[in-house]
Every structure is written in C-alpha cells, then in structure tokens.
Ligand binder design. Structure first.
Ligand SMILES: Nc1ncnc2c1ncn2[C@@H]1O[C@H](COP(=O)(O)OP(=O)(O)OP(=O)(O)O)[C@@H](O)[C@H]1O
Length: 213
C-alpha cells in the first residue's frame, strides 16, 4: 500500500498557490513528515488528501492510494484516516462505544463488534475501560483511545496533524511510539504534519519542507 502525491498543490480560489507543488511517494508502514512555516498550508494539504478541503480552496495535481486515484472520490470512500491534536472522544458515549463508532463496517454482529473493540482496548493498554466515561480517562488514555478509534476504521492511509502536540512530555514519547508501531504493524503509509523535530526523528521517514509558493 502506497500513497503517492503527484505535483499536489492548493490555491485559494482565484488566488495564488499556497505552497510549491509537492510530489511524494510514501510506502507501506512509512511515516513521512511535513514541516514548514505557520500558514504555509500544512493542514490544508492533509485536508485535501482526506477530502475535507474547504470550498475556499482549489486543488491541482494527483493523489493515488494503492494505485487508485482518490481525488474524485468523496471523503468517506477514500479510506484515509485523519488524526489531529484536538481529536476528542464523543462525551456522550462510553469509551468502548467511541471505539465502536470507528469500527469498519465489515465487522458485523453485536458480539463480533464488542470483541473487536475489547481487543483494540487491550492493544492500547486500556483493557477494562470499555464502559468508562471519556471524561474519567487521563489525557494519555484519551489520546490512545482516539487513535484506536481511527485505526479501527481500517484506513488504507493515515494522516496525522500535530498528533502529539497537546500531550505533556511524559506522555508524548509513549504515544508516539505506540502510534508509529501501529502504522508499521498495519503497513499503511502515513503523512504527519508537525512543528516538533523530535516527532520527525521518531517517525524515521523522510522530512519534507513545505515552502511558500
Ligand atoms: N477558508 C479559508 N479561506 C481563505 N484562506 C484560508 C481559509 N482557511 C485557511 N486559509 C489560509 O490558508 C493558509 C493555510 O492554512 P493552514 O492551516 O493549512 O496552514 P498551516 O501550515 O497548517 O499552519 P499552522 O502551522 O499555523 O497550523 C493560511 O494562510 C490560512 O490563513
């Protein structure tokens, strides 16, 4: 599974491109990092790939995932997961129901869905917390649950927008290692936006500097 960007560029409708066209191939289990000045369009780049581009922008270039052109597809058909720093759990659902919300549609039947959620909770070190209220979890537990919810949807690629920046230092290393281990285990390509050079180093993949056009 590879994610390929071909001269991808975004412009404000009727205006100039935000950044120089970007071409990039991200292989299975690889995490490429995008860095660049504030406002250059890093979050907008991820939105464009995920299919959530605001109407104010227009897109040029191509994006393929596993050889399939995804730009013509609606967001929900792209199989691209997006994890961001403010990823929150739905407060009115239990922790387990939050994860079940992300569960791929192919998992049918109540018992099978419950088993898949329990297994994911255990993998995230959250065993026994199925029925808990999200507000009763620690910040690190919430971050792991939100990440698991994204992974349970079985995305074919994962986009990470400053995923660790709200975590305190003691948690950051743990969640970072957890996230990258899961990306490798699932052999999906990932693209991460960050301002933190330590994130890029831990990701281990290429670092791309996004430059204003
Ligand atoms: N709806 C909009 N209409 C016009 N311009 C917008 C709109 N939304 C965002 N922008 C502009 O698009 C540019 C890209 O924003 P974006 O959030 O992608 O930057 P970023 O590189 O992720 O920044 P940061 O590092 O600060 O998060 C910014 O200059 C922003 O002001």
């Amino acid at each position: 599974m590879s994610l390929v960007l071909d001269a991808l560029s975004v412009r404000v409708a009727g205006g100039a491109a935000l950044f120089a066209p970007l071409s990039l191939t991200i292989g299975p289990g690889e995490v490429s990092t995008v860095m660049g000045p504030s406002g250059v369009g890093k979050s907008t780049l991820l939105d464009a790939i995920a299919g959530h581009l605001a109407p104010a922008f227009t897109l040029s270039g191509g994006v393929t995932l596993d050889g399939r052109d995804i730009l013509a597809l609606p967001a929900e058909a792209r199989r691209v997961g997006l994890v961001f720093q403010d990823a929150v759990l739905f407060p009115h659902l239990s922790v387990g129901d939050n994860l079940a919300f992300g569960l791929a549609a192919r998992v049918k039947g109540r018992a099978a869905r419950r088993a898949a959620v329990e297994a994911a909770l255990a993998r995230a070190g959250l065993a026994g917390l199925h029925d808990r209220d999200p507000a009763s979890l620690s910040g690190g537990q919430r971050a792991r649950a939100a990440l698991m919810r994204s992974l349970l949807a079985e995305p074919a690629a994962l986009l990470l927008d400053e995923p660790f920046s709200k975590l305190d230092a003691s948690l950051r290393d743990e969640i970072r290692a957890f996230t990258f281990a899961h990306i490798r285990a699932r052999a999906i390509p990932a693209l991460m936006v960050t301002h933190d050079p330590a994130d890029a180093e831990a990701a281990g993949g290429p670092v791309i500097g996004l430059t204003p056009q």
